[in-house]
Design a protein around this ligand. Structure first.
Ligand SMILES: Nc1ncnc2c1ncn2[C@@H]1O[C@H](COP(=O)(O)OP(=O)(O)OP(=O)(O)O)[C@@H](O)[C@H]1O
Ligand SMILES: [Mg+2]
Length: 361
């Protein structure tokens, strides 16, 4: 076994999200090479998690053709990150908003499950519930009575600490504002609460922060999206025409403030009865998600079925992706989340310089 054989075997291996060839881009490096053991390192743009398995599997498949007995190890690591160019949330690598112009379409349900699906890949995730008037994440994570604890940072600042549940960092307006008081929060008070959420919470290092936005396209949404520099927005709609109108407005709002639309998710696409999993009933109509995607030139990320399991999981305080990752609802959200992570990686490749690396031959 020599290094040339390995490089030849791996000459066509590319990044599954970007198509970048690892050998041509000098991202692949042979660390150790003997007849018994070969260790290869590949450096890729973050977030690496959803890409690790496909890259590992395709390398191993090619290398196995060289030798059936050698132990091959593929080490996939993160490229050094370009400095994060923003004043707020400097330790958070990627922030994605989950939004919709329309209320009740499942933003909070999808946001909690996207966070759960990202977390399952091994990435560090937080969820920020930006809804003052109707915070949902305390219910969806079973944290109705939680409060934010204080933490003293290295430089002596006292900040609030998110609440950790199922490995996910959660912060919600609901931990700050009592539900009964929320209706009277207006103007300057609201600005104060927002600054608390963004400036006074110590998230620590996160690969992803999922930002659950309140419904609508008014001042609150505009302020929130301008305050937090986003990697992009995921827009939720239902199949109905009535929701499509509001959702279109939401896409326009993000475009106006130069936020990338990562794609459209259609929730409640069809009802699947728990006892008849092969049946699909299009109770809210059909085609809204695909239509919005086409009209606005956005990607259609997929459909999420309307199921009792999902509703029960939401009310029961455990996202369905954590409770039952094999369910059809979870599978659809995991697939959508993988697409979102791939798009964020692709974007990170485009916006940062890939440093030259030398191949140790
Ligand atoms: N795919 C689904 N299957 C079953 N129930 C769902 C599904 N998606 C959402 N729900 C339920 O629909 C209701 C509304 O969902 P959710 O609170 O996530 O919407 P929202 O868009 O965040 O609402 P708001 O505009 O008030 O913030 C909740 O009771 C939730 O449990
Ligand atoms: Mg909500």
């Amino acid at each position: 076994m020599n290094e040339n054989q390995i490089l030849t075997a791996l000459k066509d291996i590319c990044d599954p999200d970007t198509g970048v060839n690892f050998i041509e881009s000098k991202a692949l490096d042979i660390v150790e090479c003997s007849d018994d053991f070969v260790r290869i390192r590949i450096k890729i743009q973050q977030p690496i998690y959803s890409a690790v398995k496909p890259i590992n599997d395709s390398c191993i498949a090619e290398l196995r053709k060289l030798s059936a007995d050698t132990h091959f190890e593929i080490l996939i690591t993160e490229l050094p990150q370009a400095p994060i160019n923003r004043a707020l949330l400097t330790e958070v690598k990627n922030i994605i908003a989950v939004a919709s112009g329309k209320g009740g379409v499942g933003k909070s349900s999808i946001a909690s499950n996207i966070a759960a699906a990202i977390s399952k890949t091994g990435a560090k995730v937080g969820i920020l519930d930006g809804d003052v008037y109707g915070p949902s994440q305390p219910t969806m994570f079973g944290l109705e009575n939680a409060k934010l604890d204080a933490i003293q940072t290295g430089d002596g600042q006292v900040l609030a600490k998110p609440v950790k549940k199922y490995g996910i960092e959660v912060a919600s307006m609901g931990f700050i504002v009592e539900q009964a008081d929320a209706v009277i929060v207006r103007g300057p008070m609201l600005a104060g609460y927002f600054s608390m959420l963004f400036e006074q919470i110590h998230w620590g290092t996160l690969d992803f922060l999922v930002f659950d936005l309140p419904p609508g396209t008014g001042d609150i949404q505009l302020t929130l999206t301008q305050k937090i520099p986003l990697s992009g927005a995921v827009i939720i709609t239902t199949p109905q025409d009535i929701s499509v109108v509001d959702v279109r407005r939401s896409v326009s709002m993000f475009k106006k403030v130069n936020v990338d639309i990562l794609g459209i998710v259609e929730n409640m696409s069809y009802f699947v009865p728990d006892d008849m999993p092969d049946k699909k009933y299009a109770i809210f109509g059909e085609g809204g998600g695909a239509r919005i995607a086409e009209e606005t030139g956005s990607d259609f990320l997929g459909q999420v079925p309307f199921t009792m399991q999902m509703r029960e999981a939401n009310d029961g305080g455990m996202p369905i992706v954590i409770k039952d990752s094999d369910s059809i609802t979870s599978q659809s959200i995991i697939e959508i989340t993988n697409k979102i992570m791939s798009k964020v990686r692709k974007k990170n490749y485009e916006t940062s310089q890939v440093p030259e690396m030398t191949i140790s031959i």
